[in-house]
Design a binder for this molecule. Structure first.
Ligand code: WTA
Length: 649
């Protein structure tokens, strides 16, 4: 059996979250499991600031989802910013809400709850003046500056639906998302900064919006760089926001009105815009943020994800602010100016809860313990990880070196679709095992299915599904409910299919084994094999392309591309040309790690590419390819195996 790490006494002492003992967890799990609707209705009424409190919990369910989405708290009326800001003004007006650390160490800005409230009101007024109203879509394409969070909250205050696009995405990806959600206004900044380098956000926005009918682009000046400016369309943030009124009455919204759209990758080339709604999402992020991390009043909470991903939405903005916490926003990278940056911040800001991704942990572990030990980390209590499976070695390094064995690790499994944590340790109570996400939160009912779609009882490994809706679950795909139904409920009757595989051990602990669909997880960034393939197929040098993942020491997974060249094409420096193409079509985070030119792809007689074979070869295991007799041309396999790129080091 794997090692079991009991929660250190110092972590459980003084616990103040909703679940402080294992017994309380079991009781909550029992109640939430036997009456989910009533359990979450009570939580929602107690936890959120309502204009009209709801009287109903869940309506509908997975059995009705094909007809219309299920709903939570449907007759309630609220505005999320009143839970995140207004109600804190009395008790926490002077408390730091956002603690921002810029790209250069020590470049710090703080906004108290009162200041953040004022900025959000001003920005809401300015956006209203630009014509933004309830239900309108606003795309936010910014770096990690407080104004990105302010922009999100200002949209929420107006009832406008924000869609944040990660600042690493290319013009083409940005354009696709603007078009898909029908945005009227885009908010961006002159430039972002990361690791001493500028990120040309405004220039990319200009390229993305060429020829599109966009009412207005609101531009925040951050670095002061010269940027293009279209006076008909563009508006400087500093020319409108500071002059706008500093009070704004939040627009009351129905519980099930969309709060935001966030695009994520699936198994087709077209990203899907997952829709999260107002009350259910806010309850889930608020409750999980307090429960999992045992968030306390004097905590300094640091989630170093990017606001462009769901982790940034849920655990930089909505979850911490709904709890009145101090939340850190970090503009730089873990390696800038050196591998001690995170721990330097922990020391300077007295961070107590630190939340990052396995990729960053592995990259830092490769630099050894000195950059960590150089800094005082005695304030740390809880260390979180998210985004991909964490291997036991990285887990132990995080636990032993970063946490000096004093802190507990919360390995939180969840997804863009789930809104917040699903399977995770609860900091003060759950004994941990390196590499296991441990136990489901109350009300979360995981089901494992074997290869014949039978439910596995007790220990076993299979495809991970969830049996019952929870409040934070995405309700639909923007503009394409059929795709939502097909992707998540089209596989197994009345179960939500996560796309992940998992193992359950004899203690009932879950070990996520990774995606079982065509989704890649590169450094915790979720991308589809189909997105890569459609980018590669756009090259006139490429006749066919197939992309599969392989295990990568630091990034978790690397990208392996098999390319069939067009006759007459030259393979000299092909990889860098194709990487430039991926960058242009997808974004800066999309690159191929290994490239193999093949005479053909292994296809069945009906023309389906047998990815299983490609994966095995990419993983360096060409011995067990399984049955290849159904291939149209088995000889291509020989050539593929003979020319395989060594990915082992
Ligand atoms: C993976 C990120 C193992 C998983 C919040 C999931 C994890 C995908 C973990 C969602 C974890 C996330 N252990 N795997 N603790 N957390 N994943 O939508 O494959 O960007 O399906 O959401 O990341 O990625 P997404």
């Amino acid at each position: 059996m794997a090692d079991l790490y009991p929660v250190p006494e110092a972590v459980s002492a003084g616990a103040s979250g909703p679940l402080r003992t294992f017994d309380a967890y079991l009781r909550a799990a029992h109640r939430a499991g036997s009456d989910p609707s009533g359990y979450w209705l009570q939580q929602a009424r107690e936890r959120l600031a309502w204009r009209t409190p709801p009287t109903v919990g869940l309506q509908g369910g997975y059995h009705t989802v094909a007809g219309e989405p299920f709903t939570w708290f449907a007759d309630g009326v609220l505005n999320v910013t009143e839970s995140c800001l207004d109600r804190h003004l009395g008790p926490r007006g002077n408390k730091t809400a956002i603690l921002w650390e810029g790209d250069e160490p020590g470049d710090v800005r703080t906004l108290s709850y009162a200041e953040l409230h004022t900025e959000v009101c001003r920005t809401a007024n300015a956006l209203r003046h630009l014509g933004v109203g309830s239900g309108d879509r606003v795309v936010i394409y910014m770096g990690m500056v407080p104004e990105a969070a302010i922009a999100m909250l200002a949209c929420a205050r107006l009832g406008a639906i924000h869609s944040v696009v990660f600042g690493g995405f290319s013009a083409e990806s940005l354009r696709d998302r603007v078009l898909d959600c029908g945005a009227r206004v885009v908010i961006t900044q002159d430039e972002g900064r990361r690791g001493g380098r500028p990120i040309p956000l405004k220039a990319t926005t200009d390229e993305a919006l060429q020829g599109l009918e966009i009412d207005q682009v609101l531009v925040y000046r951050h670095t002061g760089a010269e940027v293009g400016f279209d006076p008909e369309r563009d508006v400087w943030w500093h020319e409108v926001v500071p002059h706008a009124g500093d009070t704004h009455r939040a627009v009351p919204m129905d519980a099930e009105d969309p709060l935001f759209i966030l695009y994520t990758s699936g198994s087709t080339g077209k990203p899907k815009g997952l829709v999260h709604t107002t009350a259910g999402y806010l309850l889930w992020t608020s409750w999980t943020c307090e429960t999992t991390f045992d968030l306390r009043e004097d905590d300094v909470f640091a989630c170093v994800a990017d606001i462009g991903w769901i982790t940034g939405h849920s655990y930089i903005v909505y979850g911490p602010l709904a709890n009145g916490a101090t939340t850190l926003m970090f503009e730089s990278t873990p390696l800038y100016p050196d591998a001690g940056r995170y721990w330097d911040m922990v020391e300077r800001h007295n961070i107590t809860v630190f939340y990052t991704a396995p990729t960053a942990i592995r990259a830092l572990a490769a630099h050894g313990s000195e950059p960590v030990e150089r800094h005082d980390r005695s304030t740390l209590r809880v260390l979180g990880t998210v985004g991909e499976p964490i291997n036991a070695d990285a887990w132990r390094w995080y636990h032993d070196v970063v946490g000096e064995g004093r802190c507990t690790i919360v390995d939180t499994w969840w997804q863009t679709e789930t809104g917040g944590h699903m399977i995770t340790p609860i900091a003060p109570i759950t004994a941990t095992k390196p590499g296991s996400a441990t136990l489901p939160l109350p009300g979360i009912l995981p089901v494992l299915l074997d290869s014949e779609d039978r439910v596995i009882f007790g220990p076993g490994e299979g495809r991970l599904c969830i049996a019952h809706p929870w409040p934070g679950q995405a309700r639909t795909v923007w503009g394409d409910h059929a795709r939502y139904v097909q992707t998540y409920f089209g596989h197994f009757r009345s179960l939500y299919f996560t796309g992940d595989g998992a193992r359950r051990d004899t203690d009932g602990y879950y070990w996520i084994t990774g995606r079982v669909d065509d989704v890649l997880n590169i450094s915790g960034h979720r991308m589809g094999t189909a997105e890569f393939e459609s980018a590669l197929n756009a090259s006139d040098e490429v006749s066919e392309a197939a992309v599969v993942p392989f295990p990568h020491d630091v990034k978790g997974q690397g990208v392996y591309a098999y390319i069939v060249l067009q006759p007459g094409s030259d393979d000299h420096e092909l990889q860098s040309r194709l990487n430039a193409l991926c960058r242009e079509r997808i974004g800066a985070h999309a690159r191929i790690d290994a490239l193999q030119i093949v005479p053909g792809l292994p296809k069945t007689r009906s023309g389906k590419v047998m990815r299983r074979i490609l994966r095995k070869v990419a993983e360096g295991q060409p011995e067990n390819l399984g049955d290849i007799s159904t291939l149209a041309d088995p000889s291509v396999v020989k050539a593929i195996v003979a020319g395989a790129v060594d990915t082992s080091g």
